[in-house]
Design a protein around this ligand. Structure first.
Ligand code: PMP
Length: 298
């Protein structure tokens, strides 16, 4: 799917870059940046709703933890990273938008070893509506089946939100889009249902919510929020191993993520679903939950 113009490098506004707000077009790095060659970068995706970044601190903590999994330390505290995210929104006059912090190894050393490479941090923020087409979203999206699988945690730090983990996601998203799907469902290295290319997955059966145990992929912040919202509604949540053959037995399906929010699914490969009451309830609960909490008037 073509990204709506203008390209990301050619926009107005400001980007928080190593402690300063720089004009958007000047936020550049050298081609010999370690992260470009060896995928030594970790990032976040956050959304601001009504002037507040939803679950900012958990995102910042995950960024710091992802960096630690890649054996580097971000040279800013959690408070400073939170402040950078807020400053990036403010500098671009955003009250609703998407925030992308990224930390990476620089160009002081280029080779597998990068002990001397400086660690950088940048935060960009921009207006970004629904990840999936709005009309499509209400009807439910069509999801294809991925060929690559989420890797064994013994082969890669699979819980890091690290750029390298997205190589197979981009390949699979492209494959899905070429076949007319909006996304692809990935299995894990054991052949269990895992997630989509940028979102976690939930199924409904007999009024209960079933979702794969996140033991080799991100336990998304949205996933955790939706589980909490379901429990508040008295909906039973079952985290377990889900085999691909079982997918046909579920009545509803939806995917969740900061960008995807709660997106109903109407088709996964040969199996079809009808976005129903559970999906609709949780979609509405999620959209209410992300709004800043109003302090009651005195
Ligand atoms: N899985 C993958 C592969 C993702 O990219 C994302 C988006 N960060 C998620 C799950 C959902 O995570 P979150 O709800 O924290 O955005």
């Amino acid at each position: 799917m073509a990204d709506p113009a203008p390209p990301y490098h050619d926009r107005d506004g400001y980007i928080w870059f190593d402690g300063e707000l720089v004009p958007w077009r000047d936020a550049k790095i050298h081609v010999l940046t370690h992260a470009l060659h060896y995928a030594s970068a970790v990032f976040e995706g956050e959304r601001m709703y009504g002037g507040e970044i939803f679950k900012l601190r958990p995102h910042t903590e995950r960024l710091i933890a992802s960096a630690a999994m890649l054996d580097f330390e971000i040279p800013y505290s959690a408070d400073q990273i939170d402040a950078a995210c807020i400053a990036a929104c403010k500098a671009n006059n955003l009250t609703d938008g998407y925030i992308r912090p990224i930390a990476w190894r620089g160009s002081e050393q280029l080779g597998v070893s990068a002990q001397a490479a400086k660690i950088h941090l940048a935060v960009a923020a921009w207006n970004w509506g629904s990840y999936f087409d709005k009309n499509e979203r209400l009807r439910g999206i069509r999801v294809g089946l991925a060929q690559y699988r989420r890797p064994d945690p013994a082969t890669i730090p699979s819980k890091a939100k690290a750029t390298g983990l997205y190589m197979i996601c981009t390949i699979e998203k492209h494959r899905a889009e070429r076949a007319g799907y909006a996304d692809a469902m990935m299995l894990d290295y054991r052949g269990h249902v895992a997630e989509c290319t940028g979102a976690n997955i939930f199924f409904v059966k007999d009024g209960e919510l079933h979702t794969p145990t996140p033991d080799c992929f991100l336990n998304g912040i949205t996933r955790q929020t939706v589980i909490e919202l379901a429990k508040r509604r008295g909906i039973k949540v079952v985290e377990r191993t889900i085999m691909p053959e079982e997918v046909a037995t579920f009545s509803e399906c939806f995917i969740v993520g900061t960008a995807a929010e709660v997106t109903p699914v109407r088709e996964i490969g040969p199996d079809t679903f009808k976005p129903g009451a559970v999906t609709e309830t949780l979609l509405n609960d999620y959209m209410a939950e992300v709004q800043p909490k109003k302090v009651a008037a005195e």
